[in-house]
Design a protein around this ligand. Sequence first.
Ligand code: CDP
Ligand code: MG
Length: 139
Amino acid sequence: MAGNRTFTMIKPDAVKAGHIGNILQKINEGGFRIVAMKYTRLTPEAAGQFYAVHKERPFYQELVDFMSSGPIVAAILEKDNAVEDFRKLIGATNPAEAEPGTIRALYATSIGENAVHGADSDENAAIEGDFHFAKTERF
Ligand code: CDP
Ligand code: MG
């Protein structure tokens, strides 16, 4: 049976800082297979839609501005227990609380500019993957 899937983005801070290669290496070493991947930039409208679940949170506008501030890498990843294992690999939202060796501990600079996104459930992973990728872009 194929493994479960999760969805990730390498966020504009990590792209700007030149961490794409290092983060993809962590993803490979973590045992994830790349199903789909693209280098793209979210418009403010798309970032707003993607994070609509956080609309009422005080950091929403800042998050939308940040996520549309530069290019990102979006990807669908496959592995057994993908969602949970990827959240472990990236570490806590706040890099100050992230386990040593996790992607956020290594590359995030603040709770807002925290290097990577990881879906929080199988359902959201599917919704978020569909947001970025057509069926013909998955391998
Ligand atoms: O990304 P994660 O699922 O770990 O955290 P979240 O609670 O779903 O929040 C989504 C994103 O909003 C975070 O990754 C941060 O970029 C941002 N955020 C923020 O700027 N300030 C906070 N207090 C919490 C989250
Ligand atoms: Mg989240």
